[in-house]
Design a protein around this ligand. Sequence first.
Ligand SMILES: NC(=O)c1ccc[n+]([C@@H]2O[C@H](COP(=O)([O-])OP(=O)(O)OC[C@H]3O[C@@H](n4cnc5c(N)ncnc54)[C@H](OP(=O)(O)O)[C@@H]3O)[C@@H](O)[C@H]2O)c1
Length: 263
Amino acid sequence: MNLGIRGKTAVVGGASRGLGRAVCDSLAAEGVNLVMVARSSEPLEAAARQIESTHAVEVLPIAADLSRGEAIGRLFEMASRRFETVDILVHNTGGPPPGGFLDHDDGAWTRAYELLLLSVVRMVRGVLPGMVERGWGRILINTSFTVKEPAPGLILSNVFRTGVMALSKTLSREVAGKGITVNTVCPGAFATKRLDSIFTAQAQERGTKVETIRQEWIDRIPVGRILEPHELGDLVAFLSSELASGMTGGCFPIEGGMLHGVF
Ligand SMILES: NC(=O)c1ccc[n+]([C@@H]2O[C@H](COP(=O)([O-])OP(=O)(O)OC[C@H]3O[C@@H](n4cnc5c(N)ncnc54)[C@H](OP(=O)(O)O)[C@@H]3O)[C@@H](O)[C@H]2O)c1
């Protein structure tokens, strides 16, 4: 299958490991140049070198905290010095801290808003004018399966990611006639550092073993396994493609059948 995106450039957040890194691998395999973003430069640069040595693409690693507006401004300045255009935006960051309603003060709510929702607004602002001018663009936002079934103990994530869904749908209709698609992907349980830390926190809270928690999660997933990051990477590459030009305003769960709802 030819995805038709060779030579395009993507900005990918949370790119040094986990789901963001997998998206980079999948896009690079299709010949897409990359601006890879994460906060810590060492693992990010190592990931960028690895991708450049495997695929014939150009990669620019930029250390930036996507919850900060000035960092996002700097990142687009640096990206524009290296690449003429940004054609694909994959918004992704780390998740907010777990906890219930009474666990979070105003500071935690504000930080989660900046990390999960305001960062989407700022990143989209950085790419949209150029996409409109060229009449082509792909905006993908990584959220979570919990936008469909809010998860207990993840109130910050549940609230702001639902806002991201509203933003994505509204924006998709605004720009649909301009060759730009806007979609969200909604991962279930994927084998990453983030999931490991959720297992560890739940094990500590319940005074049980991490392995017990992992097995309980697997038991809730009809396909019977934790998914691999490349499965989400390949979905994002497809949604970024020429073939997906008619798919916009969508919310794409990839969760091994965990969700119970019809829609
Ligand atoms: N894994 C799952 O099963 C799953 C399921 C549903 C939703 N999600 C969500 O998907 C996202 C990615 O998850 P993951 O499992 O890939 O997490 P991960 O393995 O912890 O990786 C997170 C990546 O994001 C970067 N990052 C974190 N905070 C950042 C920030 N403020 N600005 C820029 N980069 C940042 C990290 O590098 P630095 O630390 O160096 O910045 C790292 O590259 C998270 O929001 C998570 O909640 C994951």
